[in-house]
Design a protein. Structure first.
Length: 451
């Protein structure tokens, strides 16, 4: 068994940060060295100041997660740093949580990885859909704990056994009822959003989604690609629409969806940024945010953004996991984007391309920060989107025909527009559905000709 303990003594800084927001982070791994980088970032994203660290390499202890001696070290570290919380980067069971808490100074909260993530989600939930998804995740997290209390109470017939509180079987029923009601409301929201997506497609827009892990630079890339004009500036405004996508060096700055019109040469593209993936999320938590992920699953194209400055093995693991998530339900093509190439040494990009060719055969290399490679990415997006049809319409010169020509400009790309004394000819490219509607509109103009 190996491990480490690091901490800063409580000093003058303790007065500026409330005790309950001072945290010790801890992690146990079966083998190798425990990495606390991500849990430290998550703690910061939730508003905690990390004042101490503890790790251990050993098999899981059924009672305490860590070895009992390591828990004693954790207690001493909490006292020394005057921490008000212990954040454990493991899936800690309810009994383990209680047992650890019983060894710590009074009032110190024990928070596991998923409770911390839910806390962050709750802070970021600014739309009704996001709030419902957070509530659903919290209920799904609580349900097995309520079921555990039920099982224990029935077996031992001791209310409050192990300090878990008196069991009331109505609690379990109430949780299941709330889960059902939230799912129904989320389904209703999803149906409205799907109708809105189809309206946008009918208006000639292609839908492109940004996917990837947190801090890969999705929001920064979105700002780089986005046009200055917001989508739906008039009445039909998307409820999740924001004028900007945040781009901060922080996890989970994006929870709901942010949709902007992208700057492209020919195509009208709506670009949507969603919550980032994160390692080791349990299935129940991913499922709780299925409604947000629909923006990815139902897109015409997905840009999978990867931080190219990370080690190759980290990139490979995230690519494989992302592919598992995307290809489970997504039928749209996926373009891998190696972002943050401005941080790479000469020759490093070529090495990573070669090493990752099996999982990212043709990535686009960009720096969202500097703009390098973004023009090539725009070209790639237009190349990968579903093919357009080419059409040539010959229309009589009339007010109705001019209205149709204007409509074609708004919904497709006009290659040539020419006028004779009594007719106008329009050569254009557009989505098949738009071409069909243009033909139908042209047929209503008499006399009219289509070739």
């Amino acid at each position: 068994m190996t491990g480490s303990v690091e901490g800063a003594s409580a000093d003058g800084d303790a007065e500026s940060v409330p005790r309950e927001r001072r945290a010790v982070v801890a992690k146990r791994v079966d083998s190798g060295d425990a990495d606390l980088a991500e849990i430290t970032q998550l703690a910061a994203a939730a508003g905690y100041e990390v004042v101490g660290e503890l790790t251990q390499t050993r098999t899981e202890d059924a009672a305490f997660m860590f070895g009992e001696g390591k828990v004693a070290q954790l207690r001493d570290l909490v006292r020394r740093t005057d921490a008000g919380a212990v954040i454990v980067d493991n899936d800690v069971g309810p009994y383990q949580t209680f047992n650890i808490g019983g060894k710590l100074p009074e009032g110190v909260e024990v928070i596991d990885r998923f409770t911390l993530i839910l806390e962050i989600f709750g802070q970021r939930a600014n739309t009704r859909k996001a709030q419902l998804q957070v509530e659903l995740a919290e209920l799904r997290y609580e349900l097995p704990r309520a079921e555990a209390k039920a099982s224990l109470a029935k077996r031992d017939e001791r209310p409050g056994f192990m300090g878990l509180g008196e069991y009331d079987e109505s609690v379990e029923r109430d949780i299941k009822r709330q889960i059902s009601e939230i799912r129904d409301e989320l389904e209703s929201i999803a149906e409205k959003e799907e109708a809105r997506r189809e309206q946008r497609r009918d208006s000639g827009f292609d839908l492109v989604a940004l996917a990837g892990y947190t801090n890969a630079g999705k929001s920064t890339l979105m700002r780089r690609l986005a046009a200055e004009i917001d989508v739906d500036e008039n009445a039909d405004r998307h409820p999740d629409l924001d004028t900007t996508a945040e781009s901060q060096d922080m996890l989970f700055t994006t929870l709901g969806t942010t949709t902007r019109r992208a700057e492209m040469e020919k195509r009208d593209v709506l670009l949507t940024d969603t919550v980032g993936f994160i390692a080791d999320l349990p299935h129940w938590l991913v499922e709780s945010f299925e409604s947000t992920l629909d923006s990815v699953y139902r897109a015409d194209l997905v840009l999978l953004v990867v931080d190219a400055s990370e080690p190759v093995e980290d990139m490979r693991e995230k690519l494989v996991t992302s592919h598992d998530t995307l290809y489970e339900r997504n039928e749209a093509p996926v373009v891998t984007v190696f972002n943050k190439v401005d941080r790479l040494a000469p020759g490093e990009l070529a090495d990573k391309r070669g090493a990752l060719s099996g999982v990212a055969p043709d990535p686009v290399a960009v720096s969202a920060k500097t703009g390098a490679g973004v023009a090539e990415l725009r070209d790639r997006v237009e190349d990968e989107l579903p093919d357009w049809e080419r059409e040539r319409l010959v229309l009589p010169v009339s007010d109705e025909a001019m209205s149709l020509v204007s409509w074609i400009h708004d919904h497709g790309h006009v290659d040539e527009e020419s006028y004779a004394s009594d007719q106008v000819t329009v050569d254009f490219e557009a989505k098949p559905s738009i071409v069909a509607r243009a033909r139908s509109k042209a047929a209503d103009l008499a006399p009219a000709e289509s070739t």
